[in-house]
Design a protein. Sequence first.
Length: 395
Amino acid sequence: MPFQTISDTAAPLRLWADPATVDGRAMDQLRNVAALPWTHAVAVMPDVHVGIGATVGSVIAMRGAVAPAAVGVDIGCGMTAQLTSLRGRDLPDDLAKLRSAIEKAVPVGMGLHQHSVDVDHLATGLRGWHRFWTDFDDLSAQHVQRRKGRVMQQLGTLGGGNHFIEVCLDGEDRVWLMLHSGSRGVGNELAQYHIAKAKDLPHNADLPDPDLAVFVAGEPTMEAYRRDLFWAQDYARRNRAVMMALLREVVRKQFKKVAFEPEISCHHNYVAEETHDGQELLVTRKGAIRAGAGDFGIIPGSMGASSFIVQGLGSAAALQSASHGAGRRMSRNEARRRFNTRDLAEQTKGVECRKDNGVVDEIPAAYKDIDEVMAQQSDLVTVVARLKQVVCVKG
């Protein structure tokens, strides 16, 4: 769909969603962001919904400033997917054993590894581990350093909420592995620390929403935040790489001759230094992926709906971005009030997954229709593959 522009804001506010269908509170948040003196432009994705300070499903380009709450507390949260040589016919009729093996290899929910994963002997494809952990010791949020052991044990763990590991089939009956996770507890702690720091700065005294407090370029607080932010984004990337390596080991044990294509990986809660409209900007994607021309990305649906492997079309108006998923259409509490385990079982029919009270808030009906979301951003991405899960692991 062509984007719509809200014309009465200081910075351009472009929506790939019908303004009439956007929650009023979300529109207020979008207007607040567009009114900030540092904001260059805002692109609003079709899965937009209310967040803390800034909406989930928005892309905010700022001149020499960044709002840590507009990144979100799960810094670096994102997706990784990998095509295998398997076909659907290679999978057993009963997938419970495969799901159980995945849950044994990758801790979920509040779980963590008994000992930190031996990354030197795990085929993650990543290097620089010594430097990575040395940089941890230099984080400005020094209270986090006291929990280094736990941070190391959480590396390669899934977490809870909307995070998941899936085994999927595409339209050609090919088997894909896919997962969604972020920077775990350490990213949350770093985010909360810096959000509190930003709120105390004098230049943030008269903001329309205290949660939009920013750090500005050239200040020590900005440099400290950038250092911690980029470390947490790297942690999230490495966390997904470790989990995918553990997932490949599980699959290899059950399918001896399996081969794997290169991984596709993308953040959807992060900050990047980019050039738009000829200006060097700090671009915050909170529930959005980069969709530059030819960029591969992943847009998941719910635990009972399709997901998509896409390539970006490089829309300048959208700040070269696209949505990060279906987006919630109701809160977790509302989902628990409206649905029960019978509804969950019905809506996840054919998927080997949890069907208990602990994940009712993740029921597919709590999310927007992923096909509608994709239709609204047909000018932002082209679909490479449509995936449907047959196994879904949640915390």
